[in-house]
Write a protein that binds this ligand. Structure first.
Ligand SMILES: *Cc1c(COP(=O)(O)O)cnc(C)c1O
Length: 484
């Protein structure tokens, strides 16, 4: 199997694709024949989650010699349960808890294994250079990546997050990170500025890095090593519904995904292409409803106001992974992808035809949720079902409730409520004038839901990184920080 760029005929194997991150032409890697892969998805449903991961990752990343042992080391004993991503019945839907990993965010599922994939790829391909990972984060990727990559030999990692654009818990998680090979830096701008800056650094610093013995790579969901592990929990949720007698093998299930960079939901689409009977993938957005507008009108227009919301990890206007979906929707016509991406670059907008829109609507629905609706969802779900959700999950919950059809619906829950105690307490009508750790305690007293240890343990940790740079300063910063 070969991975191919969405923008040119550049192809490579899965080892190199994981090491590269984005393709050299600025495109993203995809398996162009994903839709006709032969994958025994029914056999996969008989497995436990860790065994499922081995089978699915073995299929999607076939060049890794020792996938089984990589999966074991990444997951066994590292999540709250070896089930990794438990499925919980909540009222009329099912909540897929993706936040039971070491940093309490769904990014852990992929970032627990990505560093292992990278080191394995380096060893197998005889790569002599070290790897420098540049990562833009809207809050959760940063910490999950730092946790996964700290002190991994041969790898350095630099994380850029939006100054004042993440929750205090998220910020504390990152700025107190231990490890000799990590750097964390705030950027005066929003997530899109961080992502644009990092993408620019990729283009301009490649040969500079090579000269200094490094190759650049990415831990963002543009890396196939991020996407592939995320397909697993779509299968796991389906298996759990089968095993609990709720559905029969072959019945369709809808998945509602709180979406930012379009990575999580794209992984669901991959699962569908591999044969899993997915009904609709519901793309849930917050007030930054660019994807809702795109799926409903065919116009992707970033020339709009950017809102900071209580679901910061979804405050994104340039959803990178949509490019992969476009490539498939355009019947693998890379020229069409290039034209859209050029229009996006030059005019801040592109449009697709009504045929394409119709095609997309077979697999996707798209809805959005206001701040008020998101808060109300947290409070309603707590009052009615005693289930506590974070402000990203509540966006998806709200959208799922607007879209209830015949299929069972799985709502993907992407973060622990304790990462956002202020928003959650406010939604529950409580006082929130305290520091973030007192807020965690207050939320715990009110609900009895346990605080994840990795979060309660942050209190009193020393800040190691307090740099704030201008939003055009990422390239210079990288050059300096490499030597620290
Ligand atoms: C990253 C993130 C999302 C968005 O996921 P994408 O793959 O970027 O669409 C949603 N919720 C939380 C809590 C996240 O950390």
């Amino acid at each position: 199997m070969e991975y191919k760029s969405t923008r040119s005929n550049f192809t490579t194997d899965s080892l190199n694709a994981v090491l590269l991150g984005p393709a050299p032409d600025g495109g993203l890697f995809i398996d162009p024949n994903m839709d006709c892969t032969s994958f025994d998805w029914k056999a996969c449903l008989k497995l436990d989650t860790i065994s499922m991961s081995k089978m699915i990752l073995g299929k999607l990343l076939p060049d890794f010699k020792d996938m089984d042992s990589l999966v074991e080391k990444a997951y066994r004993g590292r999540f709250e349960t070896d089930d990794l991503t438990p499925l919980v019945k909540v009222g009329p839907a099912y909540v897929l808890e993706l936040f039971r990993g070491p940093t309490s965010a769904f990014k852990d599922v992929a970032l627990s294994i990505l560093p292992r994939l990278m080191t394995a790829a380096m060893e197998q391909s005889g790569e002599q250079k070290k790897v420098l990972i540049l990562t833009a984060t809207s809050g959760d990727t940063g910490k999950a990546a730092l946790e996964g990559f700290h002190d991994v030999p041969g790898i350095k990692i630099m994380v850029f997050y939006p100054h004042n654009g993440v929750s205090l818990v998220q910020k504390t998680q990152m700025t107190t990170q231990e490890g000799e090979n990590v750097t964390v830096c705030a950027v005066k701008g929003n997530f899109d500025d961080c992502q644009t800056g990092v993408k620019k650094a990729f283009r301009s610093l490649g040969s500079w890095a090579e000269e200094h013995g490094y190759r650049l790579s990415s831990a963002n969901s543009i890396n196939i090593g991020r996407l592939a592990p995320q397909t697993v929990y779509y299968f796991a949720a389906y298996r759990d519904l089968v095993n609990s007698g709720r559905i029969k093998v072959g019945d369709k299930v809808d998945y509602c995904v709180p979406t930012g960079n379009f990575g999580d939901i794209l992984a669901g689409y991959w699962a569908k292409l591999m044969g899993l009977p997915v009904g609709k993938l519901i793309c849930a957005s917050n007030k930054n409803r660019i994807l809702t507008d795109f799926f409903n009108t065919g116009v992707y227009d970033v020339k709009r106001e950017f809102f900071k919301t209580s679901s910061p990890s979804m405050d994104i206007l340039v959803s990178s992974n949509l490019e992969r979906l476009l490539y498939l929707a355009f019947d693998k016509d890379q020229e069409k992808v290039c034209r859209c991406m050029e229009k996006l670059q030059s005019d801040g907008v592109y449009a697709v035809s009504s045929d394409i829109l119709e095609k997309l609507s077979k697999d996707f629905s798209a809805l959005c949720c206001t701040e008020e609706e998101s808060q109300k969802a947290i409070s309603d779900v707590w009052k009615n079902y005693s289930y506590l959700m974070d402000p990203h999950t509540s966006v998806a919950w709200h959208c799922a409730m607007q879209n209830m059809g015949e299929n069972p619906v799985v709502v993907l829950s992407t973060a622990s409520p304790y990462k956002f105690p202020q928003s959650v307490l406010k939604a529950l009508g409580q006082e929130t004038h305290m520091d973030e750790f007192d807020l965690m305690d207050a939320l715990n007293k009110l609900t009895g839901v346990p605080v994840p240890k990795n979060l309660s343990g942050l209190k009193g940790r020393k800040t190691r990184f307090d740099n704030v740079i201008e939003n055009n300063g990422i390239e210079d910063y990288v050059k300096e920080a490499l030597w620290k």
